[in-house]
Design a protein. Structure first.
Length: 227
């Protein structure tokens, strides 16, 4: 909320407009408009100190030196899970057996340990689905775990490639969109070339207005350019 933060700094500090503009990522004229109450809407100030985005010591440094650049406060580093199974929301846990069944059916080379890390399940559950002794095996339908939201496509591809390399087989390549991707690349290149093409000089004839070469169409074929 940069505008609300700028409004609070204008009202509660003696920081210069350039300092506030740079800290909030605004143009100096926007800060000037907030200070002059000419902004489109009246803003309620937002205290960046209470929000742990700025310390009072930084504000004091900025007030003492108009050329000082305020530094945003770093928040506490969030704890990261390094061990244990992947956490899956409760709403998606019922989809785990379907994702496991899909991997087992389409990529049997992936180990139980890799599946457990990918989807966040136990070897016991994976083994029960493999040998079809799972208590709900009749209602399990193999579904892509990426579509179910149990993992990302990059994580799934990495696990499959690693398992294929360990098994000495070639990892499958998804080329379903290769034609569309190539066409998109060509289209983007054409747009880039058109954007960088120099404008025609004054008085010059544009390419679209240049006379087209004469040609002879077969009898019975309608000329698409003829109006």
């Amino acid at each position: 909320m940069p505008h609300a933060t700028a409004s609070w700094l204008v009202d509660n500090t003696s920081l210069s407009f350039p300092q506030i503009a740079e800290f909030c990522g605004l143009h100096i004229l926007e800060v000037q408009a907030i200070a002059d109450d000419t902004a489109g809407t009246k803003l309620t100030g937002r205290d960046p100190v209470r929000a742990h985005e700025l310390t009072q010591a930084e504000i004091d440094k900025g007030q003492a030196n108009p050329n000082y650049k305020l530094l945003i406060a770093k928040g506490p580093e969030q704890a990261r899970r390094t061990k244990g199974p992947r956490y899956t929301p409760v709403s998606k846990r019922q989809d785990k057996p379907d994702g496991i069944a899909w991997i087992i059916r389409n990529h049997p080379e992936v180990s139980d340990g890799a599946i457990g890390k990918l989807i966040g399940t136990t070897r016991t559950t994976i083994g029960a689905i493999r040998d079809r002794s799972h208590w709900n095996i009749a209602n399990i339908t193999p579904k892509d775990p990426v579509t179910l939201g149990l993992c990302s496509q990059r994580e799934l591809d990495a696990a499959i490639a690693k398992a294929a390399k360990a098994a000495g087989i070639e990892a499958p390549v998804d080329d379903r969109l290769s034609g569309d991707r190539a066409a998109l690349i060509e289209e983007l290149r054409a747009q880039r070339d058109a954007a960088h093409r120099p404008a025609p000089a004054e008085g010059a004839v544009a390419d679209d207005a240049a006379p087209r070469p004469s040609y002879q169409l077969p009898e019975g074929v309608i000329d698409p350019f003829k109006r």
